[in-house]
Every structure is written in structure tokens, then in C-alpha cells.
Design a protein around this ligand. Structure first.
Ligand code: S3P
Length: 449
């Protein structure tokens, strides 16, 4: 199947309710499943990635029930009380990188034999970054054919988590080599089950959803300074969670409204956690008109956003901003293609190990639409077509099964001279199943063919 995005003449108009935050939904499912007691989760993202995590939690022994009605479903989870009851299962995490990496941390403290696998894309992604600190804490892992995992090599799925062996996990001081929220989360989830203190030192800011949610579930976690977190053993207690709308999903709508002349789009209740809202800074610096309503902060800061059409210019993206908007680079590159001047990104080699090699796949797709760019090992220069009064061509591109690339190309199709046909776009369902319907509701012309 191809996703076809046809050029549109009018602006995008209206309001849509963007679905729940993927990062927060994964964490809510896992912490509620591990805690003592019954938790209710409001606004939980129902998409393929988070469903894979929830199914894994059920397989491990959590009891999951849906309450409420179709308009406002409530996810009710009875947790396992700190010990998973099913100790010999095989979990298929599909495309869910966050699901598998955080589960590796949680399972590290559990006396279980759990096999973890995923789809072709997830099976290509590096897992050594997660396994190394967990091995230091005393957790044991093996490859699917039974070879013990060591510190030296890179590993990929399938993997088997064997738990801590005869000794309990021990706390460590871990200096993360990369600013990765997934690595930080995995170490914290193991650390809350370990003897002694676990200290995580991060080289740059990464999203702090784990810290916030662990605190919300009663974990003994402390922030020592901007880069250092400490966790000690403590049981998790059930808690209710309200999941804000996903700013990463919202970014496609913000970009579409910005790029399409005459647009005015409103998005209520978007999560704007400062460790995660770099896309808003990028949009502002490029000249977008995104208005933020007043921010309400419960466990996570949330506000309404409104985007109107604006002319964009190219910018140099500061390297320290990169982790803060790491998932938004496909749509940033798409916007850069229609901006005036050059947009430069460096220090973003992590983009090569996401759901696809996002630097390569986006560069290939943009080139097919006539965009001039130069790819570097850790970034890209995109030369905006507006500078040369150039026109974005239509044509066929390949999203390589990467949801965020598919959605970025769909946004560009609206401004191209001819339809953009996107192959391997079905994975949009991993994070934003309502994307096509919501875009069309605002005035886009997207169709599966
Ligand atoms: C995520 C962290 C990021 C991000 C991913 C979700 C999370 O990955 O790209 O989509 O929920 O912790 P890294 O931690 O590997 O940068």
C-alpha cells in the first residue's frame, strides 16, 4: 500500500485532539504493571508500539482492563507488586524501541527467563548501550542461542533476560556515554530494585519522563543536579496517570499548518515538558507562528498550541538542542526543505540508529523531491527551496517503515507540485494511528492506495 499526499490549495483549519504521548504511555504501562495496587491511566496512547508494551506487561502477570467509554477510555492496571508472576515467557515488542529497552531494565532485577524479540527494524537496533550498565549491576543476559552476553560486543534482539543470578543487583555509578533517555530509564528501573545507591550521570539533557513518573509512583529518586540522578530501592505504589497529548505527533500538524499558506490549527493539551519541547524552539527560530496557551503542570506540563502559516528561514541548530528534539528531525528536515536559506544540523549521529537511519532515509526522500542537501556522518545541511524560488517536486519516496519519515513526507506532499506517494508508510500506526484521518479533517488530501 502507498500513502498518497496530494497538493492542496487551501490552508489547514480546525482543532484536533492529538493522541497521548508515546514515551509517557510506555512508562505508565510498565510502572503500573510493576507497582503494588491498581492504577488508572487516562489518555493512554492506543497505538501499535504501546500496545506491544502493554501486551508484554500482561504476559508478565499484570491484569489489564479497559474502563470508561469510547470517547474517554481509561486503562486500569493491577500491578504485580514488585515481582512479575510469569517467569518464563517470550515477549514480542514489534517496533517498540522504548518498550524493549525499558523492559530490559525492569527485568534485570527479576528472577525470570524472558526472551525478547521484535520486528526487522527493532532487530537491527543496538542494545549494547542498555546491556552494559545492567551487566555492571549484576544482571545476566544471553543471546537466543544461549551464549552469555558480555561487556565487549554489540548486541541486537533476540535476547534473553536471566535476572540477577544468586546475588541481588548492586547499585552503580553510571556515566552515560550518550544523552539517551532510554538508557537512563533502563538504569533507573534496575536501580530501584538494586542494593545500595544507583547514580546516573548524563552528558546532556534528555527527556525526564522517567524521573517524573517514578517519583509519582513513590520511588526513592533524587535529582542532585542538572545531570545527576540517584535512585535507591523502594517499592512502587499504584498511582493514577494523566497522559498529555504527544508533542512529537503534534509536530507534524504544527509543521503542516506553518507550511500551508492560510492555515490556522489548534491543538489542545499538548505535553510541553521543557526536556522534550525543543521543536517549539526550532519552530520559533525558523520564524513559525506558534502560540502557546497557559501551561498547567500536574506531573507533566501541558498547554494548548495554535499554529498559523508563516514563512520559514533556515537556521543552525545548536548541538545542545539535539537530544531535546531528537525525534523531530525528520519533520525539521522537511520544513528546512521549504525554508529560505540553509538549515544545518550536527551532533546528531543518533539519528542513524532510530527506527531507520533517519539521516540517510530523509536525505534520499528529499533528494527525490528535488531538494538539495549534503549529508554528514552526524548531520545534514538542507538547502531550502524557497531561497532559489524552487518548487518541491512530486514523486515516489520510501519511508523504509519509519513512521516519522512517512508522516514528514505526507506533510510535504501538501506543498509539492504533484502528489507524493509514500511506500512503506504503514508504520504510522506505531505512534499515531489517527494521523491520516486527523490531517484530512483539517483539510489535507491523504489517501491509502
Ligand atoms: C525515548 C527516547 C529517545 C527517543 C525515543 C523515545 C524515550 O531515544 O528517540 O523515540 O521514550 O525514552 P534515545 O533515548 O535513544 O535517544
Amino acid at each position: 500500500m502507498l500513502l498518497v499526499s496530494r497538493p492542496i490549495k487551501r490552508g489547514l483549519h480546525g482543532q484536533v485532539q492529538v493522541p497521548g504521548d508515546k514515551s509517557i504511555s510506555h512508562r505508565a504501562a510498565m510502572l503500573a504493571s510493576f507497582a503494588h495496587g491498581r492504577s488508572c491511566v487516562y489518555g493512554w496512547l492506543q497505538a501499535a508500539d504501546t500496545q506491544a508494551t502493554l501486551a508484554a506487561c500482561e504476559q508478565l502477570g499484570a491484569t489489564v482492563q479497559w474502563r470508561g467509554d469510547e470517547q474517554s477510555p481509561v486503562l486500569q492496571i493491577d500491578g504485580c507488586g514488585g515481582r512479575f508472576t510469569n517467569t518464563d515467557v517470550r515477549l514480542d515488542l514489534g517496533n517498540a524501541g522504548t518498550g524493549v529497552r525499558l523492559l530490559l531494565g525492569l527485568l534485570a532485577g527479576q528472577h525470570c527467563r524472558i526472551e525478547l524479540c521484535g520486528d526487522a527494524s527493532l532487530s537491527r537496533r543496538p542494545m549494547g548501550r542498555i546491556l552494559r550498565p545492567l551487566l555492571q549491576m549484576g544482571a545476566q543476559f544471553a543471546t537466543a542461542d544461549g551464549v552469555p552476553v558480555d561487556h565487549e560486543q554489540e548486541y541486537r534482539l533476540p535476547l534473553v533476560s536471566l535476572g540477577p543470578g544468586n546475588e541481588p543487583l548492586r547499585g552503580i555509578e553510571y556515566r552515560m556515554p550518550i544523552a539517551s533517555a532510554q538508557v537512563q530509564a533502563a538504569v533507573l528501573l534496575a536501580g530501584m530494585q538494586a542494593d545500595g545507591v544507583t547514580t546516573v550521570i548524563q552528558p546532556g539533557e534528555c527527556r525526564d519522563h522517567s524521573e517524573r513518573m517514578l517519583r509519582h509512583f513513590g520511588a526513592n529518586i533524587e535529582r542532585l543536579d542538572a545531570s545527576t540522578l540517584q535512585i535507591r530501592q523502594a517499592p512502587l505504589q499504584a498511582a493514577d496517570v494523566v497522559v498529555p497529548a504527544d508533542i512529537s505527533s503534534a509536530s507534524f500538524l504544527l509543521a503542516a499548518a506553518t507550511l500551508q499558506p492560510g492555515s490556522d490549527v489548534r491543538l489542545p493539551g499538548i505535553g510541553v515538558n521543557p526536556s522534550r519541547n525543543g521543536i517549539l524552539r526550532v519552530l520559533q527560530r525558523m520564524g513559525a507562528e506558534v502560540e502557546q496557551g497557559s501551561v498547567s503542570t500536574a506531573a507533566e506540563p501541558v498547554c494548548d498550541l495554535r499554529a498559523r502559516a508563516a514563512r520559514l528561514h533556515g537556521i543552525d541548530i545548536p548541538e545542545q538542542w539535539v537530544p531535546n528534539c531528537i525525534d523531530e528531525f525528520p519533520i525539521i528536515m522537511a520544513m528546512a526543505a521549504l525554508a529560505e536559506g540553509t538549515t544545518r544540523v550536527r551532533g546528531a549521529a543518533e539519528l542513524r540508529v532510530k527506527e531507520s537511519d533517519r539521516l540517510a532515509v530523509m536525505s534520499e526522500a528529499l533528494s527525490r523531491l528535488g531538494v538539495v542537501l549534503e549529508e554528514y556522518d552526524d548531520g545534514v545541511d538542507v538547502i531550502g527551496l524557497a531561497a532559489a524560488d524552487g518548487e518541491l517536486q512530486g514523486g515516489r519516496v520510501d519511508a523504509h517503515g519509519d513512521h516519522r519519515i512517512a508522516m514528514s513526507m505526507a506533510v510535504l506532499g501538501m506543498r509539492a507540485a504533484a502528489p507524493v506517494e509514500i511506500a512503506n508508510a504503514e508504520e504510522i500506526a506505531t505512534s499515531y494511528p489517527q494521523f491520516v484521518a486527523q490531517m484530512n479533517q483539517l483539510g489535507a488530501d491523504l489517501q491509502w492506495q
